[in-house]
Ligand binder design. Structure first.
Ligand code: KG4
Ligand code: ZN
Length: 341
């Protein structure tokens, strides 16, 4: 079964064709970072307008890359939350139009569940090889959630961030260090090869599966001030590249240490048979390597381009909804604060 997946929840306009929930026939992502970069973050109104311009051309590209036409598509899937309301509406309306015109099932997908289902795409092991329960860490620009997945479509939320999401923390830290947007890839880039002497604190929140990253941000600010780095680029104050790299590495070490340790502790506590990572932050090379090195159980981490927002994860997720007979009505609404578990 070929499903068209559409994703417009934030600043990526994306569409993909996925067969049987696993096989990637195409995956087209148009990032708006060049538009939002000068503002240092995503501007919702600009995001919606860009989605309007791009969504149908991106759908056409996804079909073309898959060697398919609209007649080959058997269902239309779309992210309907969480995300930016105006951005979500664009994708949902496009998907409704296609489903109505082609008389196909429409499947509204929870973006967070989509990130989980990226693990089922392509080279990932089959779920019968893995077995439930799975421990899922979803770490993105808006979320840092630890969930137990008891079966397809069955989740229990174990913990979440109490303040900033991990990706948001990366983005804020990068801004504070005078680095570009989005911050995660920038911090990873400048931290590479740094054998850090610098160390920043970790918020363990012992006895809980929750996270907190705002204290780390404040600690970073104080260190940056002490190193004469702040405000970055101020006249007469030279930014010390070596100090920036040290602090970026210390920040990344702290976030990765906490994410890895708390994920694996939750997996052990709940008898998970495997760990699944998803969301933009799980594209981070140090996080991927650290979890793989420390885990004593199978770990599935999608390829980096499937960790960040994409349409393939939406289509993959929809396949498992449809196989349980779950589709959406044509009056599907967006839900900007939709949760999982
Ligand atoms: O999942 P995603 O693409 O969009 C949301 O659903 O939010 O995640 C975007 C977030 C951004 O905060 C970005 O800085 C972060 O993921 N990110 C990374 C890396 N690549 C993207 N964080 C750390 N290391 C990376 N390599
Ligand atoms: Zn996302």
């Amino acid at each position: 079964m070929k499903i068209l997946g559409i994703e417009t929840s934030c600043d990526e306009t994306a569409a993909a064709v996925v067969e049987d929930g696993r096989f990637l026939l195409s995956n087209v992502v148009s990032s708006q970072v060049d538009i939002h970069r000068r503002y240092g973050g995503v501007v919702p109104e600009l995001a919606s307008r860009q989605h309007v311009l791009e969504v149908m051309p991106i759908v056409s590209m996804a079909l073309e890359e898959a060697g398919a036409t609209l007649e080959d598509i058997e269902a239309v899937a779309v992210t309907h939350g969480p995300g930016l309301a105006g951005a979500l509406v664009v994708g949902v309306n496009a998907a409704k139009g296609l489903a109505l015109a082609l008389d196909l099932p429409l499947v509204g997908v929870n973006h967070l569940e989509g990130h989980v289902y990226a693990a089922w795409l392509d080279a990932a092991p089959h779920d019968h090889e893995l077995g439930f329960p799975l421990l899922c860490l979803i770490a993105s620009g808006g979320h840092t959630d630890l969930l137990i997945m008891e079966g397809h479509g069955r989740y229990r939320l174990l913990g979440r961030t109490r303040d900033d999401a991990a990706g948001e923390a990366f983005d804020k830290a990068a801004r504070l260090l005078g680095l570009g947007f989005p911050g995660g890839p920038e911090i990873q880039r400048v931290a590479e090869g740094v054998n850090g002497a610098e160390r920043l604190p970790r918020a363990w929140l012992r006895g809980s599966h929750d996270f907190s990253f705002s204290g780390l941000k404040t600690a970073l600010l104080h260190k940056a001030q002490a190193a004469f780095l702040y405000p970055p680029g101020e006249r007469g104050r030279e930014t010390d590249d070596a100090a920036v790299r040290e602090l970026a590495a210390a920040f990344q070490d702290s976030v990765v240490d906490v994410l890895a340790a708390k994920t694996l502790a939750a997996a052990a506590e709940h008898g998970a048979r495997g760990v699944v990572l998803g969301g933009g932050v799980t594209a981070n090379a140090l996080l991927r390597a650290t979890i793989r090195a420390r885990a004593g159980l199978p770990v599935i981490i999608p390829a980096p381009r499937l960790c960040t927002d994409n349409g393939a994860m939406v289509a993959a997720c929809a396949h498992f909804h449809l196989s349980r007979g779950r589709e959406s009505a044509l009056d599907l609404e967006v839900d900007p604060s939709l949760t999982l578990g």
